[in-house]
Structure formats: structure tokens, C-alpha cells
Ligand binder design. Structure first.
Ligand code: NAD
Length: 503
């Protein structure tokens, strides 16, 4: 997108593929954010009081609304991002998978848990842990999946009983407007609101929220955490990646090649978990490269219907991609497809397969976030693992081998939050497991079954007596002798296990 400021608080959003007007957005004044957050805080009480079942019903109605308005959402998505229709079509289904799971899981996630007495003498107490929502969750989102990134974390927060203050990327503000309108149109309460704008508005969202769910670049993630630390507001950070793929000599090469091409080129490479670099064992390297080139040559580039991959979000993203390719070519790499920005309008970059690459090149070490697929030949699995781990990032990875046990063994040597065997990206749909980055790729995780709801809650422990007489005890109204007797008894009981185990 490109935004041009027409009036002081209104901007026109343009399609990056064609320059056509996609729509207008009214920016939120940072000074208005406290008022918006206060409104959410007020509405949240009733939302929490509805209970998990009541909220699940509303989420179910919203899922139906999303399903019914899929075409409208995807058309707007294409208009503001220049995506291909194939790419735009992935976002609503992902949200429906997440909604469908959390509608079912929320009751269990929010149910209080009874905890056992840690020692027999404490069995006079009934111990329970309750999950209480944080009132306002600020969701700060990037531009690459304006629908999915706006809601995939917000769903867990809403299910928990939080209100959500959503700050979409200033580069893609339009689809978020439609999504929030849909929430209200299907009769949901005003616990989902928007703050539209860039850094200043984001900071106001951080200052006025009780939890921050941030998705974006590593550099901004650090700033978000620093800002949130001022009020000790907890954060969950989903950041950038440089995901490696390893292809073993016993892999199904056609499968691996098609997965690599899809993983690298999907959404024009603008996916946090895209395949950003490939390490292929020497014996199958030539066969793999040939299959990749054949698949890439069949791709159609353009926005909307009939295309596989669309435009990049704007000129700055084209510039990063071009810099990585140019740097690689200058250091001795070869581009087997693409490699040069086409003449003509729109922020396009052709799908580019690079070979003869190594870790002295930015395309192998920095996040490109563009349609590139650098492939490196390696002579051993050990070398592949060492190079895959040679990165400040640790989001996810893929391993291809017909021997699944061998691939699993390699997966557990990789330093990252998720590994797909004989597939790419698909862990994103496995909402029962966490999706989160290691190293500079993030802190915390999204999804993870009940954790995807509980992360937005505070735990409240409630301890009640099982018997009413003499349940309390260590008070000043006891004699010093009685207190000493009680301490002696507790020490003896607490020491019985250590004494046994220490033998
Ligand atoms: P970005 O960090 O530039 O912006 C993300 C959001 O932060 C935007 O809404 C922006 O307005 C806001 N922001 C900017 N400066 C800020 C500041 N100082 N304080 C608070 N908020 C600020 O990221 P982007 O370019 O929009 O997105 C691309 C990045 O997102 C890539 O690195 C990609 O890997 C990452 N990403 C990660 C995931 C994941 O799940 N790990 C998913 C999608 C994208």
C-alpha cells in the first residue's frame, strides 16, 4: 500500500500493484487512545460476566459472519495489499480454524483448577486456581496478513473475556475496519475497538493496555518491550525469522521442491515462517534445484484472480529484496530465475532462485521477506544442522526425508520454536500446539491449546478451609508453646521426604 495524507487525519490507501484507490482511513489521535481504552475497560466487565459459554456463542456468530463475508473481505484485502487471489484466500480459513477450536476449548481453558495439597498436613485446605482475564489486551499487528494477524491472537483474548484494542499496521488499515464492523454487526458487544495509526498511536496503546500481543519486526519488538516495561505490562512478541529447510538425500525430491517453492513464494515471500534458505545434501542437490526451477518458472505474478503471487507491500520491501539479491550476485551467487526488478508499475519483484550462496551473503543471514529462494549445497547432515542454527533467529524450520524418525531426530537438533517434517508452515494450523520463536524471533507463544486463552489471564489462587474448626492456626492468640509445637510438627512432616530421598 501507499498512503497519501489528504486531510490532516484522513489518508487514502492505494493498491501497491496498480496504484488504484483502495479506500480511506481516519487516523486515531494518540490523545484519544486513553478514552477508547476506558470504553473497552467498561464494556469488558459485562463480557467477562457472560462466562466462557456465553462468549463462545458470540465467537461462533462471528465465525459465521466471517464465512458469509469471505468474498468481500478478500476483495478488500487484494485492493489494499496487491496480493494474488490465491494468497488472499488463505486468511479467512485460518481464522475459522482458530475460532472453531477456541469456541470448543474456551470452557476448559477458563475452568478453575483444583490443586492437590503439597503435603498431607495441608490437606485441610482446598486449593483452586482461577483464570481472570486481563481487562484490555492491546494487539499490535503487521501488514503482511492484515486479516489473520489482526484476529488470530485477538480470538484467544476475546474468548478469555478480555476486551481488545487492535492497532493494525498503518500500511493496511482498511481490512481491520471491516473486521471490527463485522464484529459489531453480528450483535457482539463493544469489546473490540480500533486505534489506527503508526508509532505514536502504538505507544499510546501500550500505555493504556494490560497486556500487549505484538507481531512485527525484531527491532520494533524490542521497543515495544521497553515501553511496556514502564508499567510492567506483560508482552508476547511474535517477531521475524529466517527459516531454514533441510533436504536429506533420501527425501521425496518433487515433494520437497514444491514445498520449498510454495513456502518461499507464498504471499510473495512476506510470511514470517516462509522458507528463507534451503540446505540440500550433495547427492540430490542437482535434482532438487532442477525441480525448484521448473516449479518457479510456472508461477504467474500479478495481483488478484489468476495469479500465484502478487505485489510486495511497497517500495521499501522491494528495496530490501533487491539489496539481498544484488549482494548475493556481487559475491558470486547465480540467479536461476528472476534476479532483477521488472520494468513497469507496481511494487513487484520476480520469484528468484539463487544458487552458489553462502553465509557471507545477506540473503542467507538477514530476513528478506520477499520472493527469494537461496539454495546451498551441503556435504553432511551435521553441516546442514550447524548452518541452520547459525542465525540470530529461531522461528521455525522444515526437514525433508522419507525416514520420518531420522527427520524427527534432526528436528530436535534445530534451535527454533517449530519444525515441520515433509511439509512447510503447516504447524500454524495446529492450534493445540504453541507457535512461538526462539532467540530474537520472539518471547512467548500463540495458540498452544488452553494456553492460547490463559496467556491473556491472570491467575488467582483461592484457598478455602475444608473443615471449619481449627483450620487456621498460627496466630498470636495461640500460646508460644502451641506455636512451637506446630512448627516442630510441620518441620518433621516436610523433612520426611527429603530424608527418605537423601539416603
Ligand atoms: P513492524 O515492526 O515495522 O510493525 C509492526 C507494528 O508495530 C505496526 O503496527 C507498526 O505501526 C507498529 N510500530 C512501529 N513502530 C513502533 C514502535 N516504536 N512502538 C510500537 N509499535 C510500533 O513490522 P512490519 O514491517 O509491519 O511486519 C513485518 C515483520 O513482522 C517481519 O519481520 C515479519 O517476520 C514479522 N511477522 C512475524 C510474525 C510471527 O508470527 N512471528 C507474523 C507476521 C509477521
Amino acid at each position: 500500500m501507499t498512503a497519501t495524507a489528504d486531510r490532516s487525519d484522513v489518508a487514502t490507501i492505494h493498491n501497491p500493484a496498480t496504484g488504484a484507490v483502495a479506500g480511506e482511513v481516519r487516523w486515531t489521535a494518540a490523545a484519544d487512545v486513553p478514552r477508547i481504552a476506558a470504553g473497552l475497560r467498561e464494556a469488558q466487565r459485562e463480557w467477562e460476566a457472560r462466562g466462557a459459554k456465553g462468549r463462545a456463542k458470540v465467537l461462533a456468530r462471528y465465525a459465521v459472519w466471517l464465512g458469509d463475508h469471505r468474498d468481500e473481505i478478500e476483495q478488500l484485502l487484494i485492493a489494499e495489499t496487491g496480493k494474488s487471489a490465491t494468497d488472499a484466500a488463505q486468511e479467512v480459513p485460518l481464522l475459522l480454524i482458530i475460532l472453531s477450536y477456541y469456541i470448543k476449548a474456551v470452557e476448559k481453558a477458563m475452568a478453575p483448577e483444583t490443586r492437590p495439597a503439597p503435603l498431607p498436613f495441608l490437606s485441610i485446605k482446598k486449593i483452586a486456581v482461577h483464570y481472570r482475564p486481563r481487562p484490555v489486551v492491546g494487539v499490535i499487528a503487521p501488514w503482511n496478513y492484515p486479516v489473520a494477524n489482526a484476529l488470530m491472537d485477538a480470538i484467544g483474548a476475546l474468548a478469555a473475556g478480555c476486551a481488545v484494542l487492535l492497532k493494525p499496521s498503518e500500511r493496511t488499515p482498511l481490512t481491520a475496519e471491516l473486521l471490527v464492523r463485522g464484529w459489531l454487526d453480528c450483535g457482539a458487544p463493544e469489546v473490540l475497538a480500533l486505534a489506527q495509526g503508526a508509532r505514536e498511536v502504538s505507544e499510546a496503546v501500550i500505555d493504556n493496555s494490560d497486556y500487549i500481543q505484538f507481531t512485527g519486526s525484531c527491532a520494533t519488538g524490542v521497543k515495544v518491550m521497553e515501553r511496556a516495561a514502564r508499567r510492567l505490562t506483560p508482552v508476547s512478541l511474535e517477531l521475524g525469522g529466517k527459516d531454514p529447510m533441510i533436504v536429506l538425500e533420501d527425501a521425496d525430491i518433487d515433494l520437497a521442491a514444491n514445498a520449498a517453492v510454495w513456502g518461499a513464494m507464498f504471499n510473495a515471500g512476506q510470511t514470517c515462517v516462509s522458507v528463507e534458505r534451503v540446505y540440500v545434501l550433495d547427492p540430490v542437490y542437482d535434482q532438487f534445484v532442477a525441480a525448484v526451477v521448473k516449479a518457479v518458472e510456472n508461477l504467474k505474478v500479478g495481483a488478484g484472480q489468476g495469479y500465484d503471487l502478487g505485489a510486495l507491500i511497497d517500495e521499501s520491501q522491494v528495496a530490501v529484496t533487491a539489496r539481498h539479491v544484488d549482494d548475493a550476485l556481487a559475491k558470486g551467487a547465480r540467479a536461476l530465475t528472476g534476479g532483477k526488478r521488472p520494468d513497469g508499475p507496481g511494487s513487484f519483484y520476480p520469484p528468484t532462485v539463487l544458487v552458489d550462496v553462502d553465509h557471507s551473503m545477506a540473503c542467507m543471514t538477514e530476513e528478506t521477506f520477499g520472493p527469494t529462494l537461496p539454495i546451498m549445497k551441503v556435504s553432511s547432515v551435521g553441516e546442514a544442522v550447524r548452518l541452520a542454527n547459525d542465525s540470530p533467529y529461531g522461528l521455525s524450520a522444515a526437514v525433508f526425508s522419507k525416514n520420518v524418525e531420522r527427520a524427527k531426530d534432526i528436528a530436535l537438533q534445530l534451535d527454533c520454536g517449530a519444525v515441520n517434517v515433509n511439509d512447510v508452515i503447516s504447524n500454524l494450523m495446529c492450534t493445540t500446539a504453541p507457535m512461538g520463536g526462539w532467540k530474537t524471533s520472539g518471547i512467548g507463544a500463540r495458540f498452544g491449546g488452553v494456553d492460547g486463552v490463559r496467556k491473556f489471564c491472570r491467575q488467582e489462587t483461592v484457598v478455602v478451609p475444608r473443615i471449619s474448626v481449627g483450620a487456621g492456626g498460627n496466630y498470636y492468640n495461640n500460646s508460644l508453646k502451641a506455636l512451637a509445637r506446630m512448627n516442630k510438627m510441620m518441620t518433621k512432616m516436610a523433612l520426611s521426604r527429603p530424608r527418605r530421598e537423601a539416603k
